[in-house]
Design a protein around this ligand. Structure first.
Ligand code: SF4
Length: 343
């Protein structure tokens, strides 16, 4: 591998072709950190509006540390994987209370904070502090394997990424590798004809598949939509729930929330009672979600004025249902390239 040539070509291409994304406008560690946490398991296009809104509400680490958790979760609502927001909030408190507002300048320092793993620590330290440390995410793994023409496992990815890294411009180089994987060297049908490092690449296409990924499971779940004038009935998930603790959602019909009526099995075959259905996927499960019309009689929960919904920490699925029911006042997410993704 001609490392020097590879770095020069990749950085030249990145300088000319990189997407204009808001978190690339400066290297402020707080902004870089927020963007890196949001981009975990979330598409770039979905992050952009949340990123602006989150920084408007919490423009500094001090403001974030001082915020109530409910406000942080509300600003995160729609991005999913809410543990990220809780960890971001917890780390902000550590930085403000224990480090006097000083951000760590190294990846090792970042890894001591809640919610910061190896990839995120390296990304922040290289972009915001120019530390010569490589990142490895799904995009980088794919690019490295195709360039090398072989499958790698575990630590071998990090070793190869570190060997490739341009130590003079580590932040740009790391972002360029991820950008190449997101826009050119895509999982399916990579655009090798326009790839800046094509003649340094062994594979120039997809590596033969080794084994199938985990199969998606299918499940059906049911919610009820009770509306009364400008209010909708919601329930709050238990504060000690393992997933999305304390978030708000529509009442399920499975009995998960006391007082919610079970929809009889016979009624489930009568689709005229279903207000609408939608699809929703979480990790390896594809859900068919049926939303039922139901009068408020007897249903338990809290009546919430629709004007308050935007500021409430709703689960992603609740937002989806309320948006489909025309109850959620959210502007559409800006569209970017179809392959925009950091994972
Ligand atoms: S030539 Fe094709 S396979 Fe190789 S890095 Fe470029 S886009 Fe990926």
């Amino acid at each position: 591998m001609q490392y020097t040539e590879f770095r020069a070509r990749l950085l030249g291409w990145y300088g000319a072709q990189a997407r204009d994304l808001p978190w690339r406008k400066d290297r402020d560690p707080y902004r870089v950190w927020v963007s890196e946490i949001m981009l975990q398991q979330t598409r770039v296009a979905a992050v952009i509006d949340h990123y602006h809104e989150f920084l408007r509400r919490f423009p500094t680490v001090e403001k974030l540390a001082a915020a109530r958790e409910a406000s942080v979760l509300a600003a995160w609502s729609g991005l999913g994987y809410y543990r990220r927001a809780r960890m971001l909030h917890a780390a902000a408190k550590v930085i403000v209370r224990e480090k006097k507002g000083e951000f760590p300048a190294t990846s090792d320092g970042w890894r001591e904070l809640p919610g910061i793993g190896r990839y995120t620590a390296a990304a922040i330290a290289s972009i915001a502090f120019n530390e010569a440390v490589a990142v490895v995410d799904g995009n980088v793994e794919r690019v490295i394997e195709r360039i090398a023409g072989k499958r790698l496992v575990g630590e071998a990815f990090w070793t190869e990424a570190q060997a490739l890294l341009d130590a003079a411009r580590p932040g740009d180089f790391n972002q360029a590798m991820m950008e190449l994987g997101a826009t050119i060297c895509t999982p399916r049908a990579p655009a090798c004809l326009t790839c800046p490092v094509a003649d340094l690449c062994v594979t120039r296409g997809e590596l033969p598949a080794t084994e199938k990924g985990p199969r998606q499971k299918k499940r059906e779940i049911h919610f009820v939509l009770c509306c009364e004038r400008d209010r909708v009935l919601l329930v709050q998930r238990p504060r000690d729930a393992s997933l999305m603790a304390g978030m708000w959602e529509l009442p399920e019909t499975t009995g998960a929330h006391p007082g919610t009526k079970q929809i009889p099995r016979s009624a489930r075959n009568d689709k005229s009672n279903v207000k609408f259905s939608l699809k929703h996927s979480i990790t390896v499960t594809d859900y068919t979600v049926r939303v039922w019309r139901q009068a408020a009689n007897g249903a338990q929960g809290e009546w919430v004025n629709v004007k308050r919904l935007k500021g409430l920490a709703l689960t992603g699925l609740a937002r989806k249902i309320l948006r489909k029911a025309d109850l959620f006042p959210e502007k559409p997410v800006r569209k970017l390239h179809a392959s925009d993704s950091r994972v």
